[in-house]
Design a protein around this ligand. Structure first.
Ligand code: NAP
Length: 302
């Protein structure tokens, strides 16, 4: 039997509608809307397309949005001064710096200069610490892991007591999602194992998973025989494996593959995310949710 598809594209629409409604309520009651600034340095085409999508989505949900584009040769001091300006701007609740940054700039220094209460990406060490503590301490869960958890919850998958296996231990996906799933709370309370290139029996661990979250960046790494029948499989991997001509636009587009052998896995799993159209659309959605959280924290709304 074929697994239930967990579609990020559909969940995104639900969440964006919820955000739009909340933004309208806040506007009516407090006369304010969430403000999001995206700082783009240089003209990297991939960065421009991410930023454009972020701005478009922010606009759609009714945010005040600013795209601040800086020249590729901006100095580190000038970029720090710009961050300071937005840290002190009351109309801005979320600050995003699009990565990668040019070589003359120390990325870590820039990200750490963002006010942790405006760090809607959730990468500042203070927010990483808050996530580790869990519960009420958490302000901005990082967007991709937050999207993964939201998909699991909205798909109705039981997490309490579930064996969760996370493939990958990056700071942006593997470690934070593992940490989130082990917290005592709704959509979590799981028993978590994290596997990586140092793991001895990758297949053996994966086979035990009720919820298998794969973020390795290796196309087709997870074989169908590694999947427990009925498991929930979240494929975070986005791997460019070639190019094709889009039927819609006639332009060249990338052929994307996940880290899981999807066609075979969907015959064994209980539920599974596709690539593309699975976790991908959730990241920007959760960024919007974090920006909404930021203004709510500021206004003291629970
Ligand atoms: P990353 O920083 O490269 O980390 C990959 C992790 O997977 C590492 O911990 C690595 O182990 C582990 N790994 C790699 N090959 C493995 C193997 N053969 N067996 C076991 N473990 C292996 O990657 P990332 O940034 O977390 O991203 C992972 C994937 O998710 C990528 O395809 C990326 O494009 C995608 N992604 C998607 C979204 C989205 O959809 N919104 C967001 C972020 C990332 P070691 O630590 O031992 O090296």
């Amino acid at each position: 039997m074929s697994a239930k598809l967990i579609k990020g594209t559909e969940i995104r629409e639900q969440i964006l509608e919820e955000i739009t409604a909340e933004v309208a309520e806040i506007k009516e009651k407090y006369g304010k809307v969430p403000g999001l600034v995206t700082i783009l340095v240089g003209e990297n085409p991939a960065s421009i397309s991410y930023v454009t999508l972020k701005i478009k989505t922010a606009h759609r949900v009714g945010f005040h949005e600013i795209q601040d584009t800086q020249s590729v040769d901006i100095s580190e001091d000038d970029l720090l001064a710009l961050i300071d300006k937005y840290n002190n701007d009351d109309s801005i609740n979320g600050i995003l710096v699009q990565l990668p940054l040019p070589k003359q700039i120390n990325e870590k220094k820039i990200l750490n200069a963002i006010d942790p209460d405006k760090d809607v990406d959730g990468f500042h060490p203070i927010n990483v610490g808050r996530l580790m503590i869990g519960g009420d301490e958490v302000k901005f869960p990082p967007c991709t892991p937050a999207g993964i958890q939201e998909m699991i919850v909205r798909a109705g998958v039981e997490t309490k007591g579930a064996e969760v296996v996370v493939v990958g231990r990056s700071n942006i996906v593997g470690k934070p999602i593992a940490n989130m799933m082990l917290q005592k709370g709704v959509g979590a309370n799981s028993t978590v194992t994290v596997v990586h290139t140092g793991t001895k029996d990758l297949a053996g661990h994966c086979k035990r998973a009720d919820i298998l979250i794969v973020a390795a960046g290796v196309p087709g790494l997870v074989k169908p025989e590694w999947i427990k029948p009925g498991a929930c499989v979240i494929d975070v991997g986005v791997n460019r494996v070639g190019e094709k001509i889009s039927e819609k636009t006639g332009k060249k587009i990338a052929i994307l593959k996940g880290d899981v052998d999807f066609d075979a896995a969907k015959e064994i799993a209980g539920s599974i995310t596709p690539v593309p159209g699975g976790v991908g659309p959730m990241t920007i959605t959760m960024l919007m949710l974090n920006t909404l959280r930021a203004i709510k924290f500021k206004l003291g709304i629970n």
